[in-house]
Design a protein around this ligand. Structure first.
Ligand SMILES: [Zn+2]
Ligand SMILES: [Zn+2]
Length: 245
C-alpha cells in the first residue's frame, strides 16, 4: 500500500510565500500530521482539511515552524472534535514540549495539567521502528540541527527518509541508500546563504546523481522559483500537491 503525502507547507522557518514545512502522511484511511507549526491551522483551513480526519501528530523538534500550531490543534481537538489525538514524540522532547512550549497556553486548572490531558502520548525511542497503523511504520533517526537541541528525522516503512531540519549528513544518506534500501528522500534545503544549522543546496549537489534522483526538496525560502532548473537531479516538493511515495 503506497503512502500518500500532502505537505501543508514547504517553507523554511522565515518563508512567507509558503506555509511551514508540515505534512499530512496517509496510509489507507490513517492520517499522520508530521509537525504542526505556526501556520498549520491556517493551512489546514485552506485545504478544507477536517481535523477529525487526523489520527495522530508527530513532532520532529521544538521550533515554532514545527510546534507553534500545537496549542490550537490541541484545543480544537479537545473542545470542537472531542477526541484525544495520538502524539508521537521522541522521549527526550516530552518534557521541554510541555514545560517550555505548551504549558503556558494549554494549562487549565482542574482540566489540563499535562500533555496526557489533551493527547494520547506515545514516546518514541530513536532507532526503534514503530508500527503506527497498517502500512505505516516510523523510525526516528537523531540528526544534528541546533547545538544542544534534539531533532529527529524519520525513516518511513524502512525505505523513505524524511529529514527534520538538519545539517548535511552525506554519510547517513549514503548508508540509508546502500545498506538499508532507501529509495526516496524528502530533504530540507537552504537555497541561499551559509547552512550552519541547515543543509545547503550546494551541499546536496555534491551527492551522487543516483542519490539526487531520489530527493524531493522541502523547507525552502521564498526565492525557490529562482532555483527551478538549478537543483541537479533533485526536484522541489510542492505544497498542497498530493504525492504517492
Ligand atoms: Zn524548520
Ligand atoms: Zn528547526
Amino acid at each position: 500500500m503506497p503512502l500518500r503525502l500532502q505537505m501543508l507547507g514547504t517553507g523554511g522557518a522565515f518563508a512567507k510565500t509558503y506555509y511551514n514545512n508540515n505534512g499530512l502522511l496517509s496510509a489507507d484511511d490513517y492520517t499522520l500530521l508530521i509537525d504542526c507549526g505556526i501556520t498549520a491551522p491556517m493551512a489546514l483551513h485552506k485545504l478544507n482539511q477536517s481535523l477529525d480526519d487526523i489520527d495522530a501528530v508527530l513532532i520532529t523538534h521544538i521550533h515554532g515552524d514545527h510546534v507553534g500550531g500545537l496549542e490550537e490543534f490541541a484545543f480544537r481537538m479537545k473542545y470542537v472534535v472531542g477526541r484525544k489525538p495520538r502524539l508521537y514524540v521522541a522521549e527526550p522532547l516530552l518534557k521541554p514540549l510541555w514545560e517550555n512550549t505548551l504549558k503556558g497556553g494549554l494549562s487549565q486548572e482542574g482540566i489540563i495539567h499535562s500533555l496526557e490531558d489533551v493527547f494520547e502520548v506515545y514516546p518514541l525511542t530513536e532507532r526503534q521502528a514503530v508500527q503506527l497503523a497498517p502500512g505505516l511504520s516510523v523510525e526516528l533517526l537523531r540528526t544534528p540541527h541546533i547545538p544542544g537541541k534534539s531533532s529527529y528525522s524519520l525513516y518511513l516503512n524502512d525505505e523513505i527518509f524524511y529529514s527534520a531540519d538538519m545539517t548535511f549528513q552525506p554519510k547517513l544518506l549514503e548508508q540509508l541508500v546502500h545498506d538499508r534500501g532507501c529509495r526516496r528522500i524528502l530533504h530540507e534545503v537552504q537555497l541561499t546563504g551559509p547552512g550552519e544549522v541547515h543543509t545547503t543546496l550546494q551541499e546536496l549537489l555534491t551527492l551522487p546523481e543516483e542519490v539526487q534522483e531520489m530527493i524531493l526538496l522541502m523547507h525552502y525560502g521564498d526565492e525557490m522559483e529562482n532555483f527551478i532548473g538549478a537543483t541537479g537531479q533533485m526536484q522541489f516538493l510542492k505544497q498542497h500537491e498530493i504525492y504517492t511515495l
